[in-house]
Design a protein around this ligand. Structure first.
Ligand code: 6GU
Length: 247
């Protein structure tokens, strides 16, 4: 069972996201064990202080190294033999993506360190294996970023998703965005489901889906096509798409 520990000053922020829906079920099924720690509990300061002024002056407070280091030592003491990936949440870190979620999902034990305030004492970086951001914008703390990474990672673990195929066809794991989907009715206020989906011809449906995945990716995320290896069929569809006047 994968283990996930989180060090944060705001453990209650994690209660909803980790315990509802698919992540909640994954814990109930013992596919993942998640523990959230308040690293203020590890502060040896008499006021349980976890942040302090920067040497040299400047705005804001920095997280101190001691409570984080001792939090990590406590996790090590509880789990002395697990191979740990220790992830520092930092808007200046490597950008999180589906490939990194897949990497994380293969690990035995993930530890997330969530900062708040202006930043980290630089020496905290020497205690971690990864520094990761979820995108080019600044959050008030690493908690929402950690929850995002945990969600994207845990849903990839074996048996977490009900339908084994659903993670395989996701946008981003195939390198393409997903094709459009439709459910009943076949017509709603004049908006029709494409004919090809209604007649049960499986090969034609798969061809349509691949072409519409390519179309959507070409229109919305052309950057994704730059790195993707296209099959001859995909090249043909893409040529057709770029030659069509109207989408
Ligand atoms: Cl990991 N932390 C914070 N504070 N802001 C972020 C982030 C992380 N990733 C994107 N923005």
């Amino acid at each position: 069972m994968m283990k996930i520990d989180v060090l944060t000053l705001f453990p209650k922020m994690f209660e909803g996201p980790l315990n509802e829906s698919i992540l909640g079920k994954a814990q109930a099924k013992e596919l993942v064990e998640m523990t959230v720690h308040n690293f203020r509990d590890f502060s040896t300061n008499k006021h349980q202080q976890v942040d302090d002024y920067p040497y040299g002056g400047g705005a804001g407070m920095l997280l101190k190294v001691q409570p984080i280091a001792d939090g990590l030592k406590a996790i090590d003491a509880q789990h002395p033999t697990t191979q740990k990936r220790i992830i520092l949440l930092d808007p200046a870190g490597q950008k999180f993506d589906q490939a990194l979620a897949e990497d994380f999902s293969k690990e035995e034990h993930l530890v997330f360190i969530c900062g708040h305030y202006e930043g980290y004492d630089e020496r905290i970086r020497s205690l971690v294996t990864d520094e990761v951001s979820i995108g080019d914008y600044v959050l008030t703390g690493g908690e929402l970023a950690a929850m995002t990474m945990i969600d994207a990672t845990v849903r990839l673990l074996p048996d977490v998703l009900g339908n084994a195929k659903s993670a395989v066809t996701d946008s981003h794991s195939t390198g393409l965005l997903e094709h459009p989907h439709y459910t009943r009715p076949a017509e709603y206020e004049g908006m029709k489901v494409p004919e090809v989906l209604l007649n049960g011809h499986h090969q034609k449906i798969e061809e349509w889906r691949l072409k519409e995945s390519l179309r959507r990716t070409y229109l919305r995320r052309p950057d994704m096509l730059e790195t993707l290896e296209l099959t001859p069929t995909m090249e043909k569809y893409l040529a057709e798409i770029t030659n069509e006047k109207e989408f």
